[in-house]
Design a protein around this ligand. Structure first.
Ligand SMILES: Cc1cc2nc3c(=O)[nH]c(=O)nc-3n(C[C@H](O)[C@H](O)[C@H](O)COP(=O)(O)OP(=O)(O)OC[C@H]3O[C@@H](n4cnc5c(N)ncnc54)[C@H](O)[C@@H]3O)c2cc1C
Length: 433
């Protein structure tokens, strides 16, 4: 035996092919973990909410998270001045309200603190640095096989009866292809808002922000506050609404009015108030869509911009509006109207997309086109064979909380119905008589 070990050691040291084989073996030999409860993919607010609701009902779960912290979107990919866009009562997760000491619009740090307390309260301990690369339903055993890859490329397979997708609508940055990007980058910088922290590094610089959603508009304001010179590319129509109307949040007021009035009428009222408070935005180069803000949100998911001061800077000329980009050159941007202007940096506020189609091998529940559930709200949370989605409603944290509660209720029913759930897993692996 000792001789054999020594022989193997010698072989290992001298035989390159042996080493390759060993590496291959190590790579293919993956750990397998059988999970009695659900596997949740993603430790953002949605994944945490689902795990907490399950725990409350006595159903244990595990959470797999690709990054090294909870709420990685908020902790790692958002700018410093960010606050919740909506008042706190519309953003709290189930079973734990925000502290009353929090302001109406909590800061990013306050929100992250709240999520950390949330995880602590429900004793949620996600498995970090585990990127789910493949998940498929195995018909033969009637269970999901979920494969994750760790930091050292080691793979683990989790086998479970319920799979909860909580990877978010904002999993990957959308980076548009613009002709001449490489040329521009020789002398200037191009970055996505996911890596923008503050206007500090842009003081005195000419910055072009591409995209006029909530992030693009707020980044422009931030750049102004740091004495940069921002311009914003507006390619599409956009609804800009004041964040507050008649002493209430515009969002809260809309929800309240919708209880009594049809959506179109509420839209008219919102637009009338906006006109009185903000003036005619079209005169500033911000044309409004034909559909009203709520109807548009409902049909396409496109969120209106809630103004936090950017419009005043556009009016004063501190922020310039530009048309679409035709192409980029070194230091220069050529717009579709033929105008050329020099810029030091470009910030892409071009949004995010879901990454579900890249890892979930399933075609019924999620659309391959946009990685979102095919069934419209409020029916997109449940698929077949124990598959669930939380946080894909285009209704922010409020939508995620609704999903989380429904999912926990549904899984608890099966969990309890199967009184022998603990033996269900091995039983399904036994040959059927
Ligand atoms: C700038 C900004 C401001 C916002 N403000 C608000 C607001 O005020 N109110 C509101 O309601 N909503 C707001 N939102 C919407 C926001 O998406 C939600 O608030 C919330 O973050 C959604 O939570 P989530 O858990 O669904 O997704 P995420 O927060 O994106 O979390 C998903 C998690 O899944 C992980 N993940 C992704 N893929 C994998 C994989 N393959 N394997 C393992 N883990 C994976 C990610 O790392 C991430 O941690 C804002 C969004 C942005 C970008």
């Amino acid at each position: 035996m000792e001789n054999y070990s020594r022989e193997m050691e010698g072989k290992r040291a001298h035989d390159p092919l042996f080493n390759i084989e060993l590496k291959k073996m190590n790579k293919s030999s993956q750990r397998c973990v059988c999970v009695p409860g659900p596997v949740i993919v993603g430790a953002g607010p949605s994944g945490l909410a689902a795990a907490a609701c399950l725990k409350e009902r006595g159903v244990p779960s595990i959470i797999l998270e690709r990054s090294n912290c909870i709420a990685s979107l908020w902790q790692l990919k958002t700018y410093d001045r960010l606050r919740l866009h909506l008042p706190k009562q519309f953003c709290e997760l189930p079973l734990m309200p925000f502290p009353s000491s929090f302001p109406t619009y909590p800061s990013k740090q306050e929100f992250i603190g709240y999520l950390e307390d949330y995880a602590k309260k429900f004793d949620l301990m996600p498995t970090f640095s585990q990127t789910v690369s493949h998940a498929a339903y195995d018909e033969t055993i009637g269970l999901w096989r979920v494969r994750s890859v760790g930091l050292k490329e080691e793979t683990t397979e989790y086998v479970c009866r319920w799979l909860i997708v909580a990877t978010g609508e904002n999993a990957e940055a959308v980076l548009p292809e613009i002709e001449g990007m490489k040329e521009f980058e020789i002398g200037g910088m191009i970055k996505h808002t996911s890596s923008y922290k503050s206007g500090d590094e842009f003081a005195g610089k000419r910055v072009l922000v591409v995209g006029c959603g909530n992030s693009g508009m707020e980044v422009c304001l931030d750049l102004c506050n740091f004495n940069a010179r921002p311009s914003v590319v507006v390619r599409d129509t956009v609804h800009v609404l004041p964040r507050e109307m008649l002493g209430r949040s515009t969002f809260g007021l809309s929800m309240w009015l919708l209880k009594w009035l049809p959506m179109r009428l509420v839209d008219r009222l919102l637009l009338l108030m906006s006109r009185l408070m903000l003036g005619d935005t079209a005169r500033l180069g911000l044309d409004r869509p034909k559909l009203g803000p709520l109807e548009l949100k409902n049909l396409s998911g496109k969120t209106p911009v809630l103004d936090v001061g950017t419009l005043a800077k556009i009016k004063s000329g501190d922020i310039k509006i530009c048309p679409s980009i035709r192409r980029l050159k070194r230091h220069t941007v050529e717009f579709v109207d033929g105008r050329m202007e020099n810029f030091d940096a470009i910030i892409l506020a071009t949004g995010y997309k879901s990454n579900v189609p890249s890892w979930l091998k399933e075609r019924e529940m999620f659309s391959e086109k946009d990685g979102l559930p095919r069934r419209p709200f409020p029916n997109g949370w449940k698929g077949e064979s124990g598959l669930y989605a939380v946080g894909f409603t285009k209704r922010g944290l409020l939508g995620a909380s609704m999903d989380a509660k429904r999912i926990a209720e549904d899984i608890e029913r099966c969990w309890k119905a199967d009184a022998k759930h603990l033996t269900a897993f091995p039983r399904s692996l036994l040959p059927q008589s």
